[in-house]
Design a protein around this ligand. Structure first.
Ligand code: 13P
Length: 250
């Protein structure tokens, strides 16, 4: 059985008071014990979020980490710092990092290495842009992202990773991939893992869907065999919506 995971990527949202309001609300809500819930706030809030949510068995993550171990890299956050304040996960290669901060697969591979070396579970993001899908290149693009960002890992390390398929055209647009489109890509990704590693390894790796996932469409998405949960943006900012998504597994 693969892990079911619902992770909430807050992106660059919320100030201190709003974080406190979120935390007191989410503590009151319940969700199935076989779902791993991960809150991914801006890094300045990781410690506080961890302190409040750890007793509730809700994990914390960071939205990015440096490809370097430590040193003179002003403004960067090392994986070991993130781990040292209690986070268990780190998102690597989000499409916004790729688009606005020029992160390429080669650098992302180094970030994955830093995450793993510091006992963080990387959530590696992949996904095509609209024009790439319209040109019929979506499988090729995702294959390249996965190969160059993840497939340098040995078998013991690839099993520590989580993959998130986030079609760029679905992020923050209100246009969700259909369950069929999502499942088709998840099967494609799992088959890449079968080819590179083996079936047993591929069966172990959780593949999440992200892109306008909300309480109204999560059930239909999560009902698919290869969709193991979600990476949620907008809907993760509201505790009730986030938890409703975690309650959407059948
Ligand atoms: P939305 O759920 O707001 O579309 O964002 C998805 C996302 O980018 C999560 O990382």
């Amino acid at each position: 059985m693969r892990k079911k995971i619902v992770a909430g990527n807050w992106k660059m949202n919320k100030v201190d008071g709003e974080v406190k309001t979120f935390l007191s609300a989410i503590k009151q809500l319940s969700y199935p014990s076989d779902v791993d819930l991960v809150v991914v706030p801006p890094a300045v809030f990781i410690k506080e979020v961890t302190n409040v949510l750890e007793p509730k068995k809700i994990y914390t993550g960071a939205q990015n980490c440096s490809e370097y171990e430590e040193g003179a890299y002003t403004g960067e956050l090392a994986a070991k710092m993130i781990r040292s304040v209690g986070a268990q996960y780190v998102i690597v290669g989000h499409s916004e990092r790729r688009a606005y901060f020029g992160e390429k697969n080669e650098v992302l591979a180094l970030k994955i290495d830093q995450a793993l070396a510091n006992n963080l579970t990387p959530i590696y993001c992949c996904g095509e842009k609209l024009e790439e899908r319209e040109a019929g290149n979506h499988f090729k693009i995702v294959e390249k992202q996965i190969e160059e960002g993840l497939f340098h890992l040995p078998i013991e390390e690839i099993t520590q990773c989580v993959i998130a398929y986030e079609p760029v055209w679905a992020i923050g647009t209100g246009v969700t991939a259909t369950p069929e489109q999502a499942q088709e890509m998840h099967v494609f990704i799992r088959n890449l893992i079968v080819k590179k590693y083996n079936q047993q390894i591929a069966e172990k790796i959780a593949i999440l869907y992200g892109g306008s996932c909300n309480p109204d469409n999560a059930k239909e998405l999560f009902a698919n065999l290869d969709i193991d949960g979600g990476l949620i943006g907008g809907a993760s900012l509201k505790p009730e919506e986030f938890i409703a998504i975690a309650n959407s597994f059948s």
